[in-house]
Design a protein around this ligand. Sequence first.
Ligand SMILES: Nc1ncnc2c1ncn2[C@@H]1O[C@H](COP(=O)(O)OP(=O)(O)OP(=O)(O)O)[C@@H](O)[C@H]1O
Ligand SMILES: [Mg+2]
Length: 437
Amino acid sequence: MSNIQEKELILVVDDTATNLEIISHLLKHTGFEVITAMDGEKALQLVQERQPDLILLDVMMPRVDGFETCEKLKLNPETSDIPVIFMTAIVDTESKVKGLSLGAVDYIIKPFQDQEVLARIKTHLQLRNLTKTLETRVAERTAALSQALKDLQESQIQLIQKEKMSALGNLVAGVAHEINNPVGFIAGNLQPAINYIHDLFHIIDLYQKQYPEYVPEIHEEIAAIDLDYIRSDLPNLISSMKEGVQRIRNISTSLRNFSRADSASKTPCNIHDGIDTTIMILRHRLKASPNRPDIQVIREFSNLPLIECFSGQMNQVFMNLLANAIDALEESNSGRSLDEIQANPNQIKIKTSLTEDHTNVVIRIQDNGVGMSNETQNKIFDHLFTTKSVGQGTGLGLSIARQIIVEKHGGTLEVNSVPGQGSEFVIIMPIKAEFED
Ligand SMILES: Nc1ncnc2c1ncn2[C@@H]1O[C@H](COP(=O)(O)OP(=O)(O)OP(=O)(O)O)[C@@H](O)[C@H]1O
Ligand SMILES: [Mg+2]
């Protein structure tokens, strides 16, 4: 609503001084503020300086007439909303219609009745104020609704993210658990097995010492199995079994760490472990297939400190980016022969480094897959944007990744890509968490 204290401003345009004077007097007397112009040109100039709330416009004027003035006012978005009332001596319908079709809200026929003029002006000022209020309300409501929609989408993303992650986490934790038991048997039995073997060798030694006579059958068997070689090789064999068991245990531990996704606060994490475990989980997709050799994963890891982050969420980011890279490589392979792929092999490069001031970590994930046009690049972080067919992609991977990096970790996630050559995703995020979220 307009301020009651403030007088409403009316611009009166007429080429006859007497008319101007009469109307001005009437309006001022009623409580309006009035400015006047004697031709269209001057009127347009005045409107630029100060916007009136309403314009009374004479039709017949030299040079720029009322119609033309009105047309110009309506063309300019800044002045198009000001209500214009034509004042005309002509009573023919044609010019009334023309005036209204040019955007005037009303017309008054000269000579006019004071009360009629005032009534019409007041009605249109009121209408204008109502429209303005309505517009403000609609704008406020629209803003509130857009915010609500944005909030809804975000919580939806978070829900899906949690669901995806907890499904994967459960699976991974389940697998890790299943592996743990049999590995436990092996690890637990390895030492007794070594002891038994030692005992058996000891018995053999004793026999050889106590019964030194030559028995051809035993001698032949000893030669056949190469007893000396078995003795010397057995320790190697055992230690490689121990090593293997230890490796499986490490894998199982990192799987369990991976699945411990939603810890409530940020903890210092080894980002490289997260990347390696993710590569391990995606190994089946990196392996050679009849159509292509292995996808090469090149890790260029630099010396990094522990990073304060939500490790489960970070793993999800790596998972989404690496899965996309594999998809992009698969897509680039379609239509290429095995020879062509071998000549320019599928590659994913993962580089980590610190920024010069040692406050941020930079993680680059690069592929030489299909790449993206600029148009696609502009949309990839949008909720539900995908170029993949139904069932292949939901279009959530990158919006989730961006949310995790930007909103949860105060970092940035950017893309560089050239169609036909490949893409690079760059994560930059602080080593130390500034705030807990
Ligand atoms: N490495 C990449 N190379 C080429 N295009 C990519 C790459 N990463 C993402 N894109 C493009 O960005 C789009 C959006 O990726 P996003 O991960 O958000 O969704 P998606 O992979 O289609 O589905 P999902 O929800 O299963 O991840 C992809 O459909 C693809 O067009
Ligand atoms: Mg994806």
